[in-house]
Write a protein that binds this ligand. Structure first.
Ligand code: UD1
Length: 415
């Protein structure tokens, strides 16, 4: 199993390119299932989750051609509208195949995802929405068996869910009649998906707001779409550069998707300015304490909570960080404390009291974003930090050690 070894203390400086967004790429790849003509996506990040999605689509009969950062998905035939447990268990986003398969094939069999490290993560909203659209769904042997022709409805989500919104958005694109999704998630990845669907011939308005209207069409056609830059990768590098007191240019970062994130890092003492199609991040003064609560977009994302906490472990004061999206997303705290961080957790709130320095140790990555948090902490800790179980990291970060090395970090992967 691979590990990352980080020698702390180097100040990050230079320039890197931000990759395409994982959380946009996965739903966009599933959108290919909706059309008989090929969908080409550019700025595809090279991630293990993308490879898992490739495998999932390939076993359904989708033709896949990849060249550099472009992928062409040809779903002219779908032989098996099936997402098996073996794939869903390694990547929960496989649930995104449910809506498109049902809309296109009028049947689908998708494994129910289990719980995962960060929380229970049910998919009841996906199922309830599809049932409201006329699907017959039964749960049997751990699988969601769905069939039927979908019709447009007004559907109000009980909770704001990103992939739930994406699943229903894709399903509604081919439904008979108009669907209105209320209390929809507003994440930029949903806007990216809607833009691609519109390029494929879908009729959608309101994506990016909590009310999306979709007028179903008979069929969608092929299209070419550039995947949006990854705002979570961007935020992770902002935290890393800030933690080391560095100065770096993040090329391709989209500031318009990062408002609350930029505001919070600025409150923490960083300077972040747009330079053309890039963001420059610097920190010259101390890290100031800053408190936050995670919440759905446009608020501060849960996917950057752990990385922000890593920064604040060396802040000049006390920061209160509250997680409101997932019930078990504080697993990085124990590991940060192994590096000398001073953190008290009560329920889903962490009180972080900044310390003058962290010291290197061996730590265990527990989930994707917790892994990124530990890398950041390792970059500032004195001596050597070894991060075990980094397969989590490879699910969602493209060549993180190469990008960090390009900025001057002393980091290497060992087997
Ligand atoms: C997506 C992101 C993930 C991010 C999360 C929150 C992808 C592939 N993943 O995950 O990186 O951390 O959004 O921003 O885009 N819930 C229900 N019932 C449902 C669905 C969700 O109760 O049917 C709850 C969840 O348990 C959670 C909350 O709603 O507490 C938000 O989850 P959701 O937005 O669905 O997260 P994902 O789409 O799984």
């Amino acid at each position: 199993m691979d590990k990352l070894v980080v020698e702390g203390g180097a100040r990050l400086a230079g320039a890197i390119d931000i990759s395409g967004a994982k959380n946009a790429a996965l739903p966009l790849m599933c959108a290919a299932l909706l059309a008989r003509e090929p969908l080409t996506l550019s700025r595809l990040p090279h991630l293990s989750d993308v490879r898992t999605m490739n495998k999932l689509l390939a076993q359904m009969g989708v033709g896949i051609a990849e060249e550099g950062d472009r992928i062409t998905l040809d779903a002219s035939r779908i032989d098996w509208p099936l997402a098996p447990y073996e794939m869903v268990k390694t990547m929960r986003a496989s649930i995104l195949a449910l809506g498109p398969l049902l809309a296109r094939c009028h049947e689908a069999r998708v494994s129910l995802p289990g719980g995962c490290g960060i929380g229970q993560r049910p998919v009841d909203q996906h199922i309830k929405g599809l049932v409201a659209m006329g699907a017959e769904i039964d749960l049997e042997n751990g699988y969601i068996n769905a069939r039927g022709r979908l019709v447009g409805v007004r559907y109000v989500f009980d909770v704001v869910t990103v992939t739930g919104t994406e699943n229903l958005l894709m399903a509604a694109a081919l439904a008979d009649g108009t669907t209105v999704l209320e209390n929809a998630a507003r994440e930029p990845e949903i806007v990216d998906l809607a833009e691609c669907l519109v390029a494929m011939g879908a009729r959608i308005t309101g994506a990016g707001s909590d009310r999306i209207t979709i007028e179903g069409v008979k069929e969608l056609h092929g299209a070419t779409h550039a995947i949006m830059p990854d705002r979570i990768e961007t935020g992770t590098f902002i935290a890393a550069v800030g933690a080391t007191g560095g100065d770096a240019l993040l090329r391709g970062a989209r500031a318009d998707t990062l408002d609350a994130v930029v505001d919070k890092f600025v409150e923490a003492g960083l300077t972040i300015v747009s330079e053309g199609a890039a963001l420059r991040v610097t920190r010259t003064g101390p890290i100031k304490p800053a408190s936050l609560r995670t919440a759905p977009y446009p608020a501060f994302p849960t996917d950057l909570q752990a990385q922000f906490m890593a920064l604040e472990t060396c802040g000049e004061g006390t920061s209160v960080i509250t997680e409101t999206i997932f019930e078990n997303r504080m697993m990085h705290v124990q590991e940060l404390m192994r590096l000398g961080a001073k953190i008290e957790v009560e329920g889903n709130t962490a009180v972080v009291t900044g310390v003058p320095r962290l010291t290197g140790a061996t730590v265990m990555a527990t989930d994707l974003r917790a892994s990124a948090c530990l890398v950041i902490a390792g970059l500032v800790a004195e001596g050597e930090t070894t991060i075990d179980r980094i397969y989590h990291l490879d699910r969602g970060y493209e060549r993180i050690e190469d990008k960090l090395s390009a900025l001057g970090a002393r980091i290497r992967r060992v087997n």
